[in-house]
Write a protein that binds this ligand. Structure first.
Ligand SMILES: [Zn+2]
Length: 682
């Protein structure tokens, strides 16, 4: 029910998709289609703006639809998946006599309850009236704290995040975790900064809160006061929080406490009460991600009145439920989170919103149907071959590194060889038998799913890590690296054209999915990932000298991004996006080598006048084609650890000698980087 999802741990996602290799006989038509010159802008010099050169034609032909804040290859695939999922839901819903408690009944009833607008409109705010009354009746601060714990048990992460993950220094065991949270705006800087944009955003947010309170039944003056209280409290939370950049330090986020120690640093909050209420009286070791934040909560409990706390809880209730209430709530919610924050012009049609929530609530149930119908088994085989080729190419590059000593190289290769690969879908499906889905209440279903998910994570605490588990559903169009499992994961949703194209030539596929694979592998060796050993533990396996050289090399890369302007005077933050940029650069280098190995010295004829080497980079660049609204771009520059698509295309390749050669880039081209200034890392 939270609007602002926290990246709970070090899992690094890609926010994009993937490809293929030799094998099937390819038709000329399919190969030609893989790179379409009409979608390029050949009037632009590749060395001046490679992004536009490759994607200019596509960008002109594909304005952003009103319901999107950005539109690109990734979005198109997402759209296609939604249509496939909708079809699956329709098929399941048409089943006669689906038994109560069956997966079919659950998918059907969840979706239909969300589409039952008549009922939802009729209920209006009454859907949450009982909860409002309960909050209003809280008698003291102890009751407030207990209510917060109850919200967590219901799967609504109020005030902070609580969840289970692998212990970062003992990666085979699950441990309880606390993490900073509690904010309605997506970044702490929006509360702290006094530039025009942040001030305006705070003001818009305050108006939004007031309007939502009015919809919930408040008078004008009360709602304005309440909005001020919420903003004030959230500002205190933000001031006690770490910045997004600070959160990228996994060692700083690792602070193992006992329950007694936690109570000691945060005396104003009864953590034993919290654990008793959620049903885990003896949590064992607890990782407190940001101890200052939790000490701060203790002070806040005293600092703010009982009424203030009730207001804060009411806001969390309303804000977290808005999307499942009547249209007036949904529209006001979109007005702020969709329009103001991201520049969207229109809401997605209801079926898409409800479907996304169904897919969230019953992800693997729907995912199982999805892969049965849409994921050909041969895709998995091809991916395995590709991954192993990439692994070989990466190992060969490590052997040749001139900045790393032999001992560290040996450990790096051990870690590379230990990477587990997951492709398509999990071997073992999640069991939804304990999740009760009813026919007549959307909100109740969403809550049941949230509570179910909370129980699932709660039960893991103190037990061995289930390494077969997946952190994404099969239908997700994305990929990730999980450092504590030392694994790379590619859901079925991403393994389709234009990313994984069984009919396209090797050059294009290695440029697309190959780079994706290399990107995920490199995450194990980026500025965060390199701090974990082959078994997934935070454990320094580097010599001091190697670490120093690595840092020098990454600073070169950071500067390239810091100097890149994307919107007026706005630059990419080279430190915030460091891990992703290292992964993009590594991915390109590794996949290019793997592609050369696959060619085995045979050089195919050019297609449409493009050499094979050129097609590799065209394949890479078109994965990132995208139109994006200014507001969304501004938001992402602040919040996203990924650089914008344009920078992902216009920076990394210019560090590769083979790219410079392939496109005859010279010092007269705008994006040219002289040899001595290029970043060479992996
Ligand atoms: Zn990534």
């Amino acid at each position: 029910m939270n609007k602002i999802k926290v990246v709970t741990m070090a899992i690094t996602i890609l926010l994009f998709a993937g490809a293929c290799e030799n094998g099937a006989k390819k038709t000329d038509k399919a190969i030609a289609k893989a790179i379409n010159p009409e979608l390029m802008d050949l009037t632009v010099k590749p060395g001046d703006n490679f992004f536009k050169y490759v994607n200019g034609g596509w960008m002109k032909a594909n304005p952003i639809p009103p319901e999107y804040s950005q539109y690109g290859a990734f979005t198109i695939l997402y759209e296609q998946n939604q249509k496939q999922l909708k079809q699956l839901v329709a098929e399941v819903s048409a089943e006669k006599n689906a038994k109560k408690g069956s997966v079919s009944q659950k998918i059907r009833d969840f979706y239909n309850s969300g589409m039952d607008t008549l009922r939802i409109e009729k209920l209006g705010v009454k859907a949450i009236q009982k909860d409002i009354d309960e909050i209003n009746a809280l008698k003291d601060k102890k009751a407030v704290q207990q209510y917060i714990a109850k919200m967590h048990k219901a799967g609504a992460s109020t005030l902070f995040y609580f969840f289970s993950t692998a212990d970062q220094r003992n990666s085979s065991m699950e441990i309880a975790n606390f993490y900073q949270g509690g904010l309605g705006l997506p970044d702490v800087d929006y509360y702290r900064n006094n530039d025009d944009h942040s001030v305006k955003l705070r003001n818009d947010y305050k108006n939004h809160i007031a309007k939502m309170f009015q919809l919930a039944g408040d008078e004008n003056t009360t709602s304005t006061k309440r909005a001020e209280t919420v903003l004030k409290m959230e500002t205190t939370l933000a001031n006690n929080s770490r910045t997004r950049l600070e959160l990228r330090d996994p060692i700083a986020n690792y602070n193992k406490f006992t329950l007694t120690q936690l109570n000691d640093i945060s005396t104003g909050f009864d953590w034993s009460l919290f654990f008793n209420t959620i049903g885990l009286p003896e949590p064992g070791d607890i990782n407190v991600g940001q101890p200052d934040f939790f000490s701060g909560l203790s002070t806040m409990m005293q600092q703010y009145s009982l009424d203030d706390w009730k207001t804060y809880l009411l806001w969390n209730l309303i804000n977290g439920s808005a999307n499942y209430l009547s249209d007036d709530f949904v529209k006001q919610d979109f007005d702020f989170y969709g329009k103001t924050l991201s520049g969207k012009q229109a809401m997605k049609p209801r079926w898409k919103r409800v479907l996304a929530n169904t897919s969230g609530a019953l992800g693997e149930a729907l995912g199982q149907l999805y892969v049965e119908k849409y994921f050909p088994p041969e895709s998995k085989k091809r991916m395995v071959t590709l991954v192993e080729n990439l692994r070989k190419a990466f190992a060969a590059r490590i052997e040749k590194l001139d900045w790393m000593n032999e001992d560290t190289k040996k450990k790096a290769i051990e870690k590379l060889n230990a990477i587990t690969v997951k492709i398509g879908y999990p071997d073992k499906w999640r069991d939804y038998s304990k999740l009760d889905i009813v026919a007549d209440s959307y909100l109740a279903n969403v809550r049941a799913a949230n509570a179910f998910e909370f129980e699932r994570t709660l039960k893991k605490i103190g037990k061995p890590v289930d390494k077969t588990e997946w952190g994404m559903t099969p239908q997700t169009v994305n990929a990730y690296y999980n450092p504590s499992n030392n694994e790379i994961v590619f859901p079925a949703g991403i393994l389709q054209p234009p990313f994984f194209n069984k009919d396209a030539d090797d050059a294009v596929n290695y440029g697309a999915i190959g780079v994706v694979i290399g990107h995920e592998m490199t995450h194990g060796f980026d500025d965060q990932g390199r701090q974990y050993d082959k078994d997934g533990n935070l454990n320094d396996w580097w010599t001091e000298e190697d670490a120093k050289r690595f840092k020098e090399k990454t600073e070169v890369l950071a500067n390239e991004y810091n100097n890149y302007t994307v919107l007026d005077s706005l630059h990419v933050d080279g430190q915030l996006t460091m891990g992703e940029n290292i992964a993009d650069l590594g991915g390109l280098n590794i996949s290019f080598d793997a592609y050369k190995m696959a060619l085995d010295n045979k050089i195919p004829e050019p297609i449409d006048g493009f050499s094979y080497d050129q097609r590799f980079f065209l394949g890479y660049a078109q994965v990132w084609r995208q139109n994006i609204r200014d507001k969304e771009l501004m938001r992402r520059l602040k919040e996203d650890v990924h650089s914008p698509g344009e920078a992902r295309v216009n920076i990394p390749p210019f560090n590769l000698d083979v790219f410079i050669k392939a496109f005859n880039i010279t010092k007269d081209d705008k994006l040219f980087i002289p040899v001595e200034k290029r970043a060479y890392i992996w």
